[in-house]
Design a protein around this ligand. Structure first.
Ligand SMILES: [Mn+2]
Length: 416
Protein backbone atom coordinates (compact mmCIF):
# COMPACT_ATOMS: atom_id res chain seq x y z
CA UNK A 1 0.00 0.00 0.00
CA UNK A 2 1.19 3.50 -0.75
CA UNK A 3 -0.24 5.07 2.40
CA UNK A 4 0.75 4.76 6.05
CA UNK A 5 -1.05 1.79 7.58
CA UNK A 6 -3.23 2.43 10.59
CA UNK A 7 -2.07 0.71 13.80
CA UNK A 8 -3.40 -2.80 14.45
CA UNK A 9 -4.76 -1.60 17.79
CA UNK A 10 -7.43 0.40 15.91
CA UNK A 11 -8.80 -2.73 14.22
CA UNK A 12 -8.45 -4.77 17.41
CA UNK A 13 -10.42 -2.15 19.34
CA UNK A 14 -13.16 -2.20 16.71
CA UNK A 15 -13.50 -5.97 17.06
CA UNK A 16 -13.64 -5.63 20.83
CA UNK A 17 -16.20 -2.80 20.74
CA UNK A 18 -18.59 -4.92 18.68
CA UNK A 19 -18.84 -7.73 21.23
CA UNK A 20 -21.31 -6.14 23.69
CA UNK A 21 -23.77 -5.77 20.81
CA UNK A 22 -23.94 -9.45 19.85
CA UNK A 23 -25.68 -12.37 21.55
CA UNK A 24 -23.81 -14.89 23.70
CA UNK A 25 -22.48 -17.84 21.70
CA UNK A 26 -22.16 -15.93 18.47
CA UNK A 27 -20.11 -16.21 15.33
CA UNK A 28 -19.45 -13.05 13.31
CA UNK A 29 -18.45 -13.32 9.65
CA UNK A 30 -17.24 -10.48 7.44
CA UNK A 31 -16.16 -10.94 3.84
CA UNK A 32 -13.85 -9.05 1.50
CA UNK A 33 -15.28 -7.40 -1.56
CA UNK A 34 -15.07 -9.44 -4.74
CA UNK A 35 -12.80 -8.61 -7.61
CA UNK A 36 -15.11 -7.21 -10.28
CA UNK A 37 -14.30 -8.65 -13.71
CA UNK A 38 -13.90 -6.22 -16.60
CA UNK A 39 -13.47 -7.93 -19.98
CA UNK A 40 -10.53 -9.95 -21.24
CA UNK A 41 -8.39 -10.98 -18.30
CA UNK A 42 -8.71 -7.70 -16.39
CA UNK A 43 -10.45 -6.71 -13.19
CA UNK A 44 -11.69 -3.26 -12.18
CA UNK A 45 -9.46 -1.67 -9.54
CA UNK A 46 -10.04 -3.41 -6.24
CA UNK A 47 -11.59 -1.52 -3.35
CA UNK A 48 -12.13 -3.22 -0.01
CA UNK A 49 -15.53 -3.60 1.65
CA UNK A 50 -15.51 -0.79 4.23
CA UNK A 51 -16.64 -3.10 7.06
CA UNK A 52 -13.92 -5.64 6.30
CA UNK A 53 -11.29 -2.92 6.38
CA UNK A 54 -12.73 -1.39 9.56
CA UNK A 55 -12.55 -4.69 11.41
CA UNK A 56 -9.30 -6.12 10.02
CA UNK A 57 -7.22 -3.56 8.08
CA UNK A 58 -7.00 -6.14 5.30
CA UNK A 59 -7.06 -4.66 1.81
CA UNK A 60 -7.29 -7.74 -0.35
CA UNK A 61 -10.04 -9.78 -2.00
CA UNK A 62 -10.96 -13.36 -1.04
CA UNK A 63 -10.41 -12.78 2.65
CA UNK A 64 -12.84 -13.64 5.45
CA UNK A 65 -12.82 -12.48 9.05
CA UNK A 66 -14.37 -14.82 11.62
CA UNK A 67 -14.91 -13.72 15.23
CA UNK A 68 -16.10 -16.35 17.65
CA UNK A 69 -15.52 -14.74 21.06
CA UNK A 70 -16.49 -17.65 23.29
CA UNK A 71 -14.95 -20.52 21.36
CA UNK A 72 -13.25 -23.00 23.73
CA UNK A 73 -10.08 -22.93 21.61
CA UNK A 74 -8.56 -19.44 22.07
CA UNK A 75 -6.79 -19.72 18.70
CA UNK A 76 -10.18 -19.89 16.97
CA UNK A 77 -11.69 -16.78 18.56
CA UNK A 78 -10.37 -14.49 15.85
CA UNK A 79 -9.42 -15.92 12.47
CA UNK A 80 -8.36 -14.21 9.31
CA UNK A 81 -8.74 -16.31 6.18
CA UNK A 82 -6.70 -15.04 3.22
CA UNK A 83 -5.96 -16.24 -0.28
CA UNK A 84 -3.13 -18.72 -0.19
CA UNK A 85 0.28 -17.19 -0.85
CA UNK A 86 1.88 -19.49 -3.45
CA UNK A 87 5.21 -19.38 -5.27
CA UNK A 88 3.42 -18.78 -8.57
CA UNK A 89 1.48 -15.81 -7.22
CA UNK A 90 4.69 -14.33 -5.83
CA UNK A 91 6.26 -14.56 -9.33
CA UNK A 92 3.39 -12.61 -10.89
CA UNK A 93 2.32 -10.25 -8.15
CA UNK A 94 5.26 -10.15 -5.77
CA UNK A 95 5.09 -10.93 -2.10
CA UNK A 96 2.73 -8.18 -0.94
CA UNK A 97 2.09 -9.84 2.38
CA UNK A 98 3.37 -12.68 4.47
CA UNK A 99 1.36 -14.43 7.16
CA UNK A 100 3.48 -12.50 9.64
CA UNK A 101 2.79 -9.10 8.05
CA UNK A 102 -0.95 -9.87 7.93
CA UNK A 103 -0.82 -10.68 11.65
CA UNK A 104 0.95 -7.40 12.36
CA UNK A 105 -1.45 -5.44 10.20
CA UNK A 106 -4.66 -6.87 11.66
CA UNK A 107 -3.63 -7.82 15.16
CA UNK A 108 -5.12 -11.28 14.51
CA UNK A 109 -2.90 -14.19 15.51
CA UNK A 110 -4.61 -16.96 13.54
CA UNK A 111 -4.17 -16.53 9.81
CA UNK A 112 -5.45 -19.39 7.63
CA UNK A 113 -6.13 -19.87 3.92
CA UNK A 114 -9.58 -19.09 2.55
CA UNK A 115 -9.71 -22.62 1.11
CA UNK A 116 -9.83 -23.88 4.72
CA UNK A 117 -12.87 -21.75 5.55
CA UNK A 118 -15.57 -24.40 5.18
CA UNK A 119 -13.72 -26.95 7.31
CA UNK A 120 -12.99 -24.44 10.06
CA UNK A 121 -16.52 -23.04 9.88
CA UNK A 122 -17.84 -26.41 11.10
CA UNK A 123 -15.67 -26.12 14.22
CA UNK A 124 -16.94 -22.62 14.83
CA UNK A 125 -20.62 -23.20 14.07
CA UNK A 126 -20.75 -26.22 16.37
CA UNK A 127 -20.13 -24.00 19.40
CA UNK A 128 -22.53 -21.15 18.65
CA UNK A 129 -26.26 -20.52 18.33
CA UNK A 130 -26.10 -17.18 16.52
CA UNK A 131 -24.41 -16.24 13.26
CA UNK A 132 -23.98 -12.59 12.23
CA UNK A 133 -23.42 -12.03 8.52
CA UNK A 134 -22.22 -8.78 6.98
CA UNK A 135 -24.39 -8.03 3.96
CA UNK A 136 -24.24 -4.48 2.58
CA UNK A 137 -27.40 -2.47 3.21
CA UNK A 138 -28.39 1.01 2.08
CA UNK A 139 -31.63 2.97 2.14
CA UNK A 140 -30.79 4.67 -1.14
CA UNK A 141 -28.72 2.18 -3.09
CA UNK A 142 -29.40 -1.26 -4.46
CA UNK A 143 -27.18 -3.21 -6.83
CA UNK A 144 -28.27 -6.19 -8.88
CA UNK A 145 -24.76 -7.57 -8.52
CA UNK A 146 -24.40 -9.66 -5.40
CA UNK A 147 -21.51 -8.44 -3.30
CA UNK A 148 -19.28 -10.12 -0.77
CA UNK A 149 -21.42 -11.43 2.11
CA UNK A 150 -24.61 -12.06 0.16
CA UNK A 151 -22.88 -14.70 -1.98
CA UNK A 152 -22.14 -16.74 1.13
CA UNK A 153 -25.50 -16.29 2.83
CA UNK A 154 -27.48 -19.00 1.02
CA UNK A 155 -24.73 -21.57 1.37
CA UNK A 156 -24.07 -20.96 5.05
CA UNK A 157 -27.78 -20.94 5.85
CA UNK A 158 -28.38 -24.19 4.01
CA UNK A 159 -25.43 -25.90 5.71
CA UNK A 160 -26.46 -24.63 9.16
CA UNK A 161 -30.25 -24.28 8.95
CA UNK A 162 -30.99 -24.30 12.71
CA UNK A 163 -28.76 -21.42 13.78
CA UNK A 164 -30.21 -17.97 14.41
CA UNK A 165 -29.11 -15.50 11.76
CA UNK A 166 -28.59 -11.77 12.31
CA UNK A 167 -27.73 -8.65 10.34
CA UNK A 168 -24.26 -7.40 11.19
CA UNK A 169 -24.41 -4.30 9.01
CA UNK A 170 -26.50 -2.07 11.32
CA UNK A 171 -24.19 -2.81 14.27
CA UNK A 172 -21.09 -1.85 12.31
CA UNK A 173 -22.84 1.14 10.78
CA UNK A 174 -23.56 2.50 14.27
CA UNK A 175 -19.94 1.97 15.29
CA UNK A 176 -18.59 3.67 12.18
CA UNK A 177 -20.59 6.87 12.79
CA UNK A 178 -18.23 8.28 15.41
CA UNK A 179 -14.68 8.51 14.14
CA UNK A 180 -11.74 7.44 16.31
CA UNK A 181 -8.68 9.70 16.59
CA UNK A 182 -6.89 7.38 14.10
CA UNK A 183 -9.67 7.84 11.57
CA UNK A 184 -9.79 11.60 12.08
CA UNK A 185 -6.06 11.73 11.25
CA UNK A 186 -6.61 9.79 8.02
CA UNK A 187 -9.49 12.06 6.98
CA UNK A 188 -7.47 15.17 7.84
CA UNK A 189 -4.69 13.89 5.61
CA UNK A 190 -7.22 13.29 2.81
CA UNK A 191 -8.42 16.90 3.32
CA UNK A 192 -4.85 18.25 3.19
CA UNK A 193 -4.25 16.45 -0.11
CA UNK A 194 -7.54 17.80 -1.47
CA UNK A 195 -6.39 21.29 -0.47
CA UNK A 196 -3.12 20.84 -2.38
CA UNK A 197 -5.03 19.77 -5.47
CA UNK A 198 -7.38 22.75 -5.24
CA UNK A 199 -4.43 25.15 -4.93
CA UNK A 200 -2.96 23.55 -8.06
CA UNK A 201 -6.23 24.18 -9.89
CA UNK A 202 -6.27 27.83 -8.77
CA UNK A 203 -2.83 28.36 -10.33
CA UNK A 204 -3.71 26.39 -13.44
CA UNK A 205 -7.17 27.60 -14.39
CA UNK A 206 -7.59 29.99 -17.35
CA UNK A 207 -10.02 30.35 -20.26
CA UNK A 208 -9.96 27.75 -23.07
CA UNK A 209 -8.61 24.89 -20.97
CA UNK A 210 -10.62 21.70 -21.18
CA UNK A 211 -12.36 20.40 -18.11
CA UNK A 212 -10.40 17.13 -18.33
CA UNK A 213 -7.14 19.07 -18.18
CA UNK A 214 -8.26 20.44 -14.82
CA UNK A 215 -9.28 16.94 -13.74
CA UNK A 216 -5.80 15.68 -14.70
CA UNK A 217 -4.18 18.28 -12.41
CA UNK A 218 -6.31 17.03 -9.53
CA UNK A 219 -5.51 13.36 -10.09
CA UNK A 220 -1.81 14.14 -10.56
CA UNK A 221 -1.70 15.85 -7.18
CA UNK A 222 -3.61 12.99 -5.54
CA UNK A 223 -1.28 10.28 -6.79
CA UNK A 224 1.89 12.13 -5.89
CA UNK A 225 0.48 12.37 -2.37
CA UNK A 226 -0.30 8.63 -2.13
CA UNK A 227 -4.04 9.17 -2.51
CA UNK A 228 -6.71 8.40 -5.08
CA UNK A 229 -10.13 9.84 -5.90
CA UNK A 230 -12.79 9.19 -3.25
CA UNK A 231 -15.34 9.49 -6.12
CA UNK A 232 -15.36 10.60 -9.75
CA UNK A 233 -14.31 14.25 -9.86
CA UNK A 234 -16.85 16.78 -11.10
CA UNK A 235 -15.26 19.52 -13.21
CA UNK A 236 -18.27 21.40 -14.57
CA UNK A 237 -18.01 24.70 -16.41
CA UNK A 238 -20.91 26.98 -17.29
CA UNK A 239 -24.25 25.20 -17.63
CA UNK A 240 -22.65 21.79 -16.92
CA UNK A 241 -22.64 22.83 -13.26
CA UNK A 242 -26.44 22.48 -13.24
CA UNK A 243 -26.07 18.73 -13.83
CA UNK A 244 -25.46 17.63 -10.27
CA UNK A 245 -23.38 14.54 -11.01
CA UNK A 246 -21.69 15.79 -14.18
CA UNK A 247 -18.53 13.69 -14.57
CA UNK A 248 -17.99 13.82 -18.35
CA UNK A 249 -15.50 16.67 -17.90
CA UNK A 250 -15.14 17.11 -21.66
CA UNK A 251 -16.16 20.73 -22.34
CA UNK A 252 -14.00 23.78 -22.87
CA UNK A 253 -13.82 26.22 -19.95
CA UNK A 254 -15.16 29.41 -21.50
CA UNK A 255 -14.05 32.94 -20.67
CA UNK A 256 -16.73 34.50 -18.47
CA UNK A 257 -18.16 31.20 -17.18
CA UNK A 258 -17.88 29.73 -13.71
CA UNK A 259 -16.25 26.39 -12.98
CA UNK A 260 -17.79 24.12 -10.35
CA UNK A 261 -15.38 21.59 -8.87
CA UNK A 262 -16.49 18.74 -6.60
CA UNK A 263 -13.73 16.30 -5.76
CA UNK A 264 -12.00 14.68 -2.82
CA UNK A 265 -8.92 12.66 -2.10
CA UNK A 266 -9.20 9.23 -0.53
CA UNK A 267 -6.25 8.48 1.72
CA UNK A 268 -5.80 5.04 3.27
CA UNK A 269 -9.43 4.24 2.35
CA UNK A 270 -10.76 7.39 4.06
CA UNK A 271 -12.61 10.00 2.00
CA UNK A 272 -12.79 13.77 1.92
CA UNK A 273 -15.25 15.88 -0.03
CA UNK A 274 -14.80 19.42 -1.34
CA UNK A 275 -16.76 21.70 -3.66
CA UNK A 276 -15.66 25.11 -4.86
CA UNK A 277 -16.90 27.34 -7.67
CA UNK A 278 -14.44 29.73 -9.32
CA UNK A 279 -14.61 32.23 -12.20
CA UNK A 280 -12.61 30.80 -15.11
CA UNK A 281 -11.04 34.17 -16.01
CA UNK A 282 -10.51 35.19 -12.39
CA UNK A 283 -13.37 37.69 -12.23
CA UNK A 284 -17.04 37.33 -11.36
CA UNK A 285 -19.69 39.22 -13.29
CA UNK A 286 -22.00 41.25 -11.06
CA UNK A 287 -24.74 38.61 -11.28
CA UNK A 288 -22.35 35.71 -10.66
CA UNK A 289 -21.00 37.52 -7.61
CA UNK A 290 -24.51 38.17 -6.33
CA UNK A 291 -25.43 34.48 -6.51
CA UNK A 292 -22.04 33.38 -5.19
CA UNK A 293 -22.32 35.64 -2.15
CA UNK A 294 -25.79 34.30 -1.43
CA UNK A 295 -24.36 30.76 -1.48
CA UNK A 296 -21.49 31.82 0.80
CA UNK A 297 -23.92 33.27 3.35
CA UNK A 298 -25.91 30.02 3.41
CA UNK A 299 -22.66 28.02 3.66
CA UNK A 300 -21.34 30.04 6.58
CA UNK A 301 -24.64 29.74 8.41
CA UNK A 302 -24.95 26.03 7.69
CA UNK A 303 -21.49 25.29 9.09
CA UNK A 304 -22.53 26.57 12.53
CA UNK A 305 -25.26 23.92 12.72
CA UNK A 306 -23.00 20.86 12.93
CA UNK A 307 -23.26 20.62 16.71
CA UNK A 308 -24.28 17.70 18.94
CA UNK A 309 -28.03 17.12 19.06
CA UNK A 310 -28.72 18.17 15.48
CA UNK A 311 -29.52 15.82 12.59
CA UNK A 312 -29.04 16.23 8.84
CA UNK A 313 -32.78 16.71 8.58
CA UNK A 314 -32.78 19.48 11.19
CA UNK A 315 -29.84 21.20 9.49
CA UNK A 316 -31.69 20.96 6.18
CA UNK A 317 -34.81 22.57 7.62
CA UNK A 318 -32.92 25.45 9.22
CA UNK A 319 -30.81 26.02 6.11
CA UNK A 320 -33.93 25.93 3.93
CA UNK A 321 -35.39 28.97 5.70
CA UNK A 322 -32.23 30.97 5.02
CA UNK A 323 -31.87 29.60 1.48
CA UNK A 324 -35.48 30.46 0.58
CA UNK A 325 -34.91 34.07 1.60
CA UNK A 326 -31.69 34.26 -0.45
CA UNK A 327 -33.51 32.89 -3.49
CA UNK A 328 -36.24 35.49 -3.04
CA UNK A 329 -33.57 38.21 -2.82
CA UNK A 330 -32.02 36.88 -6.04
CA UNK A 331 -35.39 37.42 -7.73
CA UNK A 332 -36.02 33.74 -8.45
CA UNK A 333 -39.45 33.70 -6.79
CA UNK A 334 -41.44 35.90 -4.44
CA UNK A 335 -42.61 35.61 -0.88
CA UNK A 336 -46.15 35.23 -2.21
CA UNK A 337 -45.03 32.34 -4.45
CA UNK A 338 -43.52 30.70 -1.38
CA UNK A 339 -46.77 30.99 0.60
CA UNK A 340 -48.72 29.48 -2.29
CA UNK A 341 -46.42 26.56 -3.11
CA UNK A 342 -48.16 23.19 -3.10
CA UNK A 343 -45.50 21.26 -1.15
CA UNK A 344 -42.77 22.17 1.36
CA UNK A 345 -39.56 23.42 -0.25
CA UNK A 346 -41.02 22.88 -3.74
CA UNK A 347 -39.76 26.23 -5.06
CA UNK A 348 -36.43 26.06 -3.28
CA UNK A 349 -35.80 22.56 -4.63
CA UNK A 350 -35.91 23.98 -8.16
CA UNK A 351 -32.68 25.83 -7.37
CA UNK A 352 -31.26 23.73 -4.50
CA UNK A 353 -32.36 20.19 -5.35
CA UNK A 354 -29.94 18.15 -3.22
CA UNK A 355 -29.41 17.62 0.48
CA UNK A 356 -27.22 19.84 2.63
CA UNK A 357 -25.09 17.03 4.05
CA UNK A 358 -24.02 13.39 4.18
CA UNK A 359 -21.73 11.44 6.47
CA UNK A 360 -18.11 10.95 5.34
CA UNK A 361 -15.74 8.16 6.32
CA UNK A 362 -14.62 4.96 4.67
CA UNK A 363 -17.18 5.77 2.00
CA UNK A 364 -17.68 9.29 0.72
CA UNK A 365 -21.40 8.79 1.29
CA UNK A 366 -20.76 6.98 4.53
CA UNK A 367 -23.11 5.06 6.81
CA UNK A 368 -25.64 7.19 8.69
CA UNK A 369 -29.12 8.38 7.78
CA UNK A 370 -30.65 11.86 7.87
CA UNK A 371 -32.18 11.27 11.33
CA UNK A 372 -28.99 10.22 13.14
CA UNK A 373 -28.46 12.56 16.09
CA UNK A 374 -25.09 14.29 15.79
CA UNK A 375 -22.43 13.48 18.36
CA UNK A 376 -18.90 14.81 18.70
CA UNK A 377 -16.52 13.03 16.33
CA UNK A 378 -19.01 12.49 13.52
CA UNK A 379 -17.76 13.79 10.17
CA UNK A 380 -20.06 15.10 7.44
CA UNK A 381 -20.18 17.31 4.39
CA UNK A 382 -21.73 20.77 4.45
CA UNK A 383 -22.75 21.67 0.91
CA UNK A 384 -25.32 24.27 -0.06
CA UNK A 385 -25.68 25.02 -3.75
CA UNK A 386 -27.65 27.33 -6.03
CA UNK A 387 -28.31 26.19 -9.59
CA UNK A 388 -30.05 28.40 -12.15
CA UNK A 389 -30.12 26.55 -15.50
CA UNK A 390 -31.83 29.47 -17.29
CA UNK A 391 -28.81 31.63 -16.41
CA UNK A 392 -26.33 28.77 -17.02
CA UNK A 393 -25.00 29.20 -13.49
CA UNK A 394 -24.41 26.50 -10.90
CA UNK A 395 -22.63 27.19 -7.63
CA UNK A 396 -21.81 24.81 -4.80
CA UNK A 397 -19.54 25.35 -1.82
CA UNK A 398 -18.72 22.32 0.29
CA UNK A 399 -16.42 21.33 3.08
CA UNK A 400 -15.74 18.29 5.23
CA UNK A 401 -16.72 19.15 8.80
CA UNK A 402 -16.55 17.46 12.20
CA UNK A 403 -19.37 17.76 14.73
CA UNK A 404 -18.38 19.58 17.92
CA UNK A 405 -18.78 22.71 20.03
CA UNK A 406 -17.92 24.58 17.85
CA UNK A 407 -17.95 22.47 14.67
CA UNK A 408 -14.45 21.83 13.24
CA UNK A 409 -13.93 22.60 9.56
CA UNK A 410 -11.44 19.96 8.43
CA UNK A 411 -10.58 22.07 5.37
CA UNK A 412 -9.97 25.37 7.20
CA UNK A 413 -7.39 26.77 4.77
CA UNK A 414 -9.17 26.18 1.47
CA UNK A 415 -10.28 29.59 0.20
CA UNK A 416 -13.78 30.37 -1.02
MN1 LIG B 1 -20.58 15.83 -0.91
Amino acid sequence: MKYEEMPAVFFAENRKRLLPFVEDKSLILIFSNNQMPRTGDQYFPFRQNANMFYMSGINQPNAILAICPHHPDPDLREILFVEQITQEKIIWHGCKHTVESLRNLSGIKTVLWTTDFETVLRKLAYHVHHIYLDVAESIKFHSEIKGQGSLYVDKIKSNYPLHYYHRLFPLLADMRLIKSPYEIEQIKEACRITEKAFNKVLQFIKPDLWEYEVEAEIIHEFIRNRACCAFDSIVASGKNACTLHYVDNNSKCKDGDLLLLDFGAEYGNYASDLSRTIPINGHFTARQKQIYDACVRVYEYAKTLFVPGMTILKVYKKVSIVMQQELIDLGLFSKADLENQSADYELMKKYFPHNISHFIGLDVHDVGSTDVIFEEGMILSCEPGIYIPEEQIGIRIETTIMVGYPPVDLMPNIPY
